[in-house]
Ligand binder design. Structure first.
Ligand SMILES: *[C@@H]1O[C@H](CO)[C@@H](O)[C@H](O)[C@H]1NC(C)=O
Ligand SMILES: *[C@@H]1O[C@H](CO)[C@@H](O)[C@H](O)[C@H]1NC(C)=O
Ligand SMILES: *[C@@H]1O[C@H](CO)[C@@H](O)[C@H](O)[C@H]1NC(C)=O
Length: 339
């Protein structure tokens, strides 16, 4: 996977539409040990998540009853018609003495002031194809999916999911190389976790028991290379991609790193290698706003969508329903997940 950092660096600053690729920031709405997709009804769920999007996020979000767009009163995302929820695990630093500290997040260039969160993309063609002319079918109300597997602990397993990766950020523009596991050495401006979801849908099921079988990867190539969808999953979805920058800069003193030269970062699930990278998506765009935006063939900006300020995004928070401390030096990961 090669992407040019130079081009991407400009994306945040592009004010006029060039040619449908959406790129927008979402502030953190909460950090808590909940997972209404994989562990509905369970409080607390096994590991800590950082959650963004609509404020209807809850312990249980029954797909037949919980309409994210109508139950949310705000969203932490820039586009105010997007009440979807997106979440990932949380990164921790493990000191030599074994105590752990949550790694803060860094807003990307052009989105300074955003509290935590991530940058979300919806694309109809490859990232740098400014024409974005392919047609894609937007997700339907009630659609949800999971990419990655929290139980994975080796590189071979992680091959089951294409394009879940990390970028060692030397500057805000760094986009390559991408690695499958955590970067081995200190990263000046943090570690970016890249989550690209599958882009082919069976056209019928809004979800599946493992939250994965209703979607698939292209049968050859990648979404970005225009790879065809398999006949079992013929519907071409937008490429949903999440970028989360974990600001590891306060933890880059090698004297604090393990004596065996291994890297000190660990996912909230207990994974020290990074192979268990995963992300969850509950679709929640209002009406046909996402489809309209994808049909608009714009690049980065989307004049047909309503936006809000970063200050407004930061205000849309979900209350803590777990009441557990996850900050300061901790003797163990929340949930006491083994490493
Ligand atoms: C979460 O669900 C409970 C139970 O249905 C409800 O009382 C509460 O208001 C919900 N919270 C939010 C933020 O919607
Ligand atoms: C563990 O190490 C960290 C980082 O060096 C330090 O800030 C913290 O106070 C230490 N905690 C204990 C209990 O020694
Ligand atoms: C790698 O993973 C595949 C399936 O994911 C499995 O069939 C194969 O045996 C694994 N190979 C090794 C060397 O672990």
């Amino acid at each position: 996977m090669k992407r040019s950092g130079f081009l991407l660096a400009g994306l945040g600053l592009l004010a006029t539409p060039v040619a449908a690729l959406l790129r927008f920031g979402c502030a953190r709405s909460s950090i808590q040990r909940l997972d209404p997709l994989v562990n509905p009804g369970l409080n607390p769920s096994p590991h800590l998540h950082q959650i963004v999007g609509g404020n209807s996020f809850n312990i249980t979000m029954d797909p037949t009853k919980h309409d994210l767009a109508s139950l949310s009163t705000c969203t932490s995302c820039q586009f105010t018609e997007d009440f979807s929820n997106y979440w990932t695990a949380v990164l921790f630093f493990r000191a030599r003495n074994g105590t752990l500290k949550r790694v803060p997040q860094l807003a990307q260039s052009g989105m300074e002031g955003t509290q935590g969160g991530m940058v979300v993309y919806y694309m109809s063609d490859a990232l740098f194809d400014t024409a974005q002319k392919s047609s894609v079918t937007a997700f339907k109300p009630g659609f949800r999916m999971l990419v990655g597997d929290v139980s994975f602990r080796d590189r071979n397993q992680s091959r089951a999911f294409r394009q879940l990766s990390y970028t060692c950020m030397d500057s805000q523009a760094s986009r390559s190389p991408e690695t499958v596991g955590f970067p081995a050495g200190p990263c000046k401006l943090g570690i970016m976790a890249n989550h690209r979801f599958p882009t082919c849908w069976d056209g019928v099921n809004l979800d599946s028991p493992n939250h994965q079988d209703h979607v698939a990867y292209p049968e050859s190539g990648t979404f970005e290379s225009g790879g065809p969808c398999p006949s079992t999953h013929p519907v071409h979805l937008p490429q949903l991609m999440l970028e989360t920058v974990w600001d590891t800069s306060a933890f880059n003193n090698k004297a604090d790193w393990p004596t065996d030269n291994s890297q000190p970062f660990v996912w909230s699930s207990g994974d020290q290698n990074g192979y268990s990278s995963h992300a969850d998506y509950l679709f929640g765009w209002q009406g046909d706003s996402l489809q309209k935006a994808m049909d608009g063939h714009t690049y980065v900006s989307a004049p047909m969508l309503k936006t809000q300020s970063i200050a407004e995004q930061n205000k849309c928070v979900v209350k803590d329903m777990v009441n557990e401390n996850y900050d300061g030096w901790l003797p163990q990961l929340p949930g006491d997940n083994p490493m």
